[in-house]
Structures are given as structure tokens and as C-alpha cells.
Design a binder for this molecule. Structure first.
Ligand SMILES: [Fe+2]
Ligand SMILES: [Fe+2]
Length: 255
């Protein structure tokens, strides 16, 4: 069994809150790897990256992460990456990693993703606006890069495949987010891409008012690990049998 600790949307501005420090410190006692699903910092500032790096290093785990929209505000991307890299954070932007934990091998594909909407079910009304058209193009581009990453994983022998994104690949984990905001929260192209591959688990963040567990249209397990949704860090146990048989309670939208 492989134990993946996951959290998203830390939004670090300065000194991290004590409960977050407690949740991350010594995570190596309960998990094999830490995944951070974007929005590590609040404004993409280097000083925030320094604080986040210091916090994440407390986990004493290998760390895989993707950029969130808040991290993308950073104007000095290379410096941002290298501050986090010094703390052991491996930032994925359309790349894959193949990692072994004991006798099990896990393939990871990570990408930030984008908004764009969930047509035809929940596409934005104003699809003709130029900004939305641009977002659709970006959504397709990011999905294509994820597709390429997942294709390149196919040449590796892996026991499990995990996708890490910041934006949501399904409306299923958007919880009580207002429907009018869906187009900003994720896009269906990511979900469709994931559904073409034997993915066991998707970890995303960004939907702060979402719900913790859902599925892609074809039934791949999706966990929204935004800190505000889970209340901290979740540890997901990846094993072949539970991935195939797990059932999760359906989330009901409250009126
Ligand atoms: Fe966020
Ligand atoms: Fe975000």
C-alpha cells in the first residue's frame, strides 16, 4: 500500500497558521509522499515561497506539487521554483514522475490546468465573450499537455497512476460553489483526458467550497484536497483492491 498525503490551497502569506504546521510536521510517520495541489502561496511572492518551503520541509517527505492560479502571479517563476526545490518540492507542469515505494510503483502526471467550464452540462452562459474563448483555448492546451504526459507514462511499468491538478476535472467535487463560478473552477477537457487513461486517483484543489470526494464522468476517483474542504491534510491509501471496489457517499448540493 502507498500512502499519499495531500493538501491544496495553503495560500501562505507569512507565518503559517499553527494547525497547518501541526498537520504537516512529521507527516513521514503516516505517509510516503506529500502532494500539494497548488495555491501554495497567496500572491506568488518569493517571500511567501520561502515561508511555504520552510513549512513543507517539516513533512520530511518527498513532495510533488503543481502551480495554482495564485502561484502563477509570480513574476520570477525560476526563483519561485528554486526556493521550493531547495525544500524538496518537485513542481510538475505537464511532467511525469515514476516513483517506487517498497514493491509498488506509482506514476504521477501533474499540471496546473485552467478554468473553462464543463460544457455541455454546465458551460458558462456568455460563451461568446473573448475572455472565455481564450480560456477555452487554454483549457484545451492544458488538457493536451496532460494527455501527452499520461501517454508518456504508458511506457513505464506502474502499479498505480495518479493525476495532480489545481483546477477541477469534474463538477462532482465542486460542492456548494455557485454554478455561476464553475467556468473559473475547472474544465471538462481535463476530465475527458483523464478518462482516456487507466488513472486510479485525481487530486485537485482550487474549489474552496467544494466537497472532498467525487468522480470523473467515467468514474475515476477524484479528491478535492483544498485545505478549506478537508480541514487539513488527507492521507489517501492507494492499493489495487480498494481502488477497484471503493464506493464513496454521493454529495448532495444543499439548496
Ligand atoms: Fe485557492
Ligand atoms: Fe486556485
Amino acid at each position: 500500500m502507498v500512502r499519499i498525503a495531500a493538501v491544496g490551497d495553503l495560500h501562505i502569506k507569512g507565518e503559517p497558521p499553527a494547525d497547518l504546521v501541526a498537520a504537516i510536521t512529521d507527516l513521514d510517520e503516516t505517509a510516503d509522499l506529500l502532494v500539494v495541489a497548488g495555491d501554495i502561496t497567496n500572491g506568488g511572492r518569493l517571500i511567501e515561497a520561502e515561508a511555504a518551503a520552510e513549512l513543507l520541509a517539516l513533512s520530511r517527505l518527498p513532495i510533488l506539487a503543481v502551480m495554482g492560479n495564485h502561484d502563477r502571479r509570480c513574476l520570477r517563476r525560476k526563483a519561485f521554483y528554486s526556493i521550493l526545490a531547495r525544500a524538496g518540492v518537485d513542481m510538475l507542469d505537464g511532467e511525469i514522475r515514476v516513483m517506487s515505494f517498497g514493491s509498488e510503483t506509482v506514476g504521477f502526471a501533474g499540471i496546473g490546468g485552467s478554468g473553462g467550464g464543463f460544457w455541455p452540462d454546465a458551460g458558462p452562459d456568455a460563451v461568446h465573450s473573448r475572455a472565455l474563448q481564450r480560456l477555452r483555448v487554454k483549457a484545451r492546451l492544458e488538457a493536451t499537455r496532460l494527455d501527452q504526459a499520461l501517454q508518456s507514462l504508458e511506457s513505464h511499468e506502474v502499479d498505480h497512476t495518479v493525476v495532480i491538478t489545481h483546477f477541477a476535472p469534474t463538477i462532482n467535487t465542486l460542492g456548494v460553489e455557485p454554478e455561476a463560478k464553475y467556468w473559473m473552477l475547472g474544465n471538462i477537457e481535463l476530465g475527458r483526458t483523464i478518462d482516456r487513461f487507466p488513472v486510479d486517483l485525481v487530486l485537485h484543489g482550487h474549489a474552496h467550497l467544494g466537497n472532498p470526494i467525487g468522480r470523473t464522468p467515467n468514474g475515476v476517483l477524484v479528491r478535492n484536497v483544498a485545505q478549506s474542504v478537508t480541514g487539513g491534510v488527507v492521507v489517501h491509501e492507494l492499493d489495487r483492491e480498494s481502488a477497484a471496489t471503493a464506493t464513496w457517499p454521493a454529495f448532495e448540493r444543499s439548496a
